[in-house]
Ligand binder design. Structure first.
Ligand SMILES: [Zn+2]
Length: 492
């Protein structure tokens, strides 16, 4: 009998870490962060310490206590034992949201990471453009290593980086993972590259949904996943149930229609906040901008992501405008000054190398593009632009000094106390600048509703169904009327 162990994603949305154990081989479906536990103990300035290796994470219950999966540097540094061989044969990543992928960082580098090409690109972007200190997704930067000094005696701290064993899977193709044959099946979700899986070891056939929906821009993917999962005759199905108790759906088209109306009536700057890696939503607001004779303005980070996904059906970098924020010395125009040999000179007269120094290496490649603007442009011609701006960019408002502006919130409703606090801060900023807040009906969920989930499971018709990634597993009980055994997983 194939053995399932749940280390996350039980009775909660996200945090999936599900171990599938066969006769000889085993693997994880996802290795994500649990928001609930993280929010219970952590805060912006209260984060686990790298100096304690893996122990802060384990003590707080963020990472399960499992032998043979964690990276050697973190274990050895804390005096813990390190097994010679990894305890699992792979981790199958469904998509690159943190609640599914963030804790790859802690895994040993010889555990293969299986994922789609797009999921890989997003992890790469997070690793390269992120400021998070725990983001060794595709490469592992070894901590706590010393090497002999090049000159003289003694040791210095060394920087060793090793590549992880990344296995990019082609969709619909069978791959061997020990005794299992695994297949990655693309599904539609709120970021590119989301996938479900089918794993078959001759004893059990397991279908895993990852996170999915039927009301996004590519419902045909999720439908094909359902068909192929049904054809495989699974004995076990692991299904997400984020919105198992919800009935309605808002689509990208609904958002587009509503937003066009709002933007058409706006005179000043229109700001919009949507999730950075949701490129379908970016496409929606790109269209809104086109329909209302404005141009979509994105951050350097989003421009970087668009560059990675060029030619895949999303707007190209040159189709959007890129916002150059003030960094370091704040030198983007002629109103800041620097002292050169006792004389205060306008920084726009300094050579560009001095300005570039304020930007990170990956940002510099965008700095001499023609479609770059700064706060002055938004101030002078606010009616020309649709400015994608998240909470962390609100400081730009101080420079922009918007008049008659509107802020469209196109992301999920706050669902915990943390989010409510930041929501209050959002409102304070908007009040300070007299910005009108529009927030109803501008978010399409990444998750199918209850009826769609239940119908999908009925079509797949597994022998056993495990509800995961849901706060309401009992809602799945109705499936027993269809002869499907509902098994409520318990956390290990
Ligand atoms: Zn999720």
């Amino acid at each position: 009998m194939t053995d399932l162990s749940f280390y996350g994603g039980v009775g909660e949305i996200g945090g999936n870490k599900i171990k599938v154990g066969g006769k000889e081989n085993s693997f994880f479906f996802d290795f994500g962060l649990t928001f609930g536990t993280a929010n219970k103990y952590l805060d912006e300035f209260l984060q686990p310490r790298k100096s304690n290796g893996i122990l802060d994470f384990v003590t707080l219950g963020l990472l399960p206590c499992i032998k043979g999966v964690y990276r050697e540097d973190y274990l050895r540094h804390s005096g813990l034992s390190y097994e010679k061989e990894p305890a699992v044969d792979g981790v199958l990543i469904s998509h690159s949201h943190v609640d599914h992928a963030a804790y790859i960082h802690h895994l040993r580098e010889d555990i293969p990471i299986y994922l789609s090409e797009q999921s890989y690109l997003i992890l790469k972007a997070l690793e390269e453009t992120g400021i998070a200190s725990f983001s060794d997704y595709t490469q592992l930067r070894k901590s706590f290593h010393l090497e002999p000094k090049t000159r003289g005696d003694g040791y210095k701290r060394s920087k060793v980086t090793v590549d992880r064993d990344i296995q990019v899977l082609k969709p619909y193709q069978g791959y061997e993972l020990g005794e299992f044959e695994i297949k990655l099946l693309p599904v539609d979700h709120s970021l590119p590259g989301a996938s479900g899986y089918i794993a078959d070891n001759g004893e059990d056939i397991i279908a895993y949904t990852g996170d999915l929906r039927f009301h996004g821009r590519r419902p045909e993917l999720t439908r094909k996943f359902t068909e192929l999962a049904a054809e495989s005759n699974p004995t076990i199905m692991l299904s997400e149930g984020t919105r198992i108790a919800s009935e309605n759906n808002i689509s990208e088209e609904d958002i587009e229609k509503r937003a066009v109306e709002v933007v058409n009536n706006a005179k000043g700057l229109v700001m919009v906040n949507y999730p950075m890696r949701d490129l379908d939503r970016l496409l929606t607001f790109y269209k809104v901008a086109q329909d209302t004779d404005r141009k979509l303005v994105v951050s350097l980070k989003q421009a970087y992501i668009l560059g990675l996904f060029s030619g895949q059906g999303y707007p190209d970098i040159k189709d959007v405008i890129v916002y150059k924020p003030r960094r370091g010395w704040g030198m983007v125009d002629d109103q800041t000054f620097a002292c050169v040999e006792d004389e205060w000179l306008c920084t726009s007269d300094l050579d560009s190398a001095q300005v570039e120094r304020d930007y990170k290496t990956w940002e510099r490649e965008f700095l001499d593009m023609d479609n770059l603007i700064n706060y002055r442009d938004l101030q002078e011609e606010p009616g020309e632009y649709l400015f994608r701006c998240d909470f962390f960019e609100f400081k730009e408002l101080i420079d922009i000094k918007p008049v008659d502006a509107i802020y469209i919130k196109s992301s999920t409703e706050p669902f915990d106390a943390e989010m409510e606090i930041s929501e209050r801060k959002v409102k304070n900023w908007l009040d300070l600048f007299n910005i009108r807040y529009v927030d109803k009906g501008f978010h399409a969920s990444g998750h199918a509703n209850g009826k769609e989930i239940l119908n999908m499971i009925r079509e797949v018709n597994p022998e056993k169904l495990y509800p995961i990634h849901t706060q309401k597993p009992e809602e799945f009980k109705v499936l027993e009327d269809d002869g499907i055994e509902v098994v409520y997983p318990v956390i290990n």
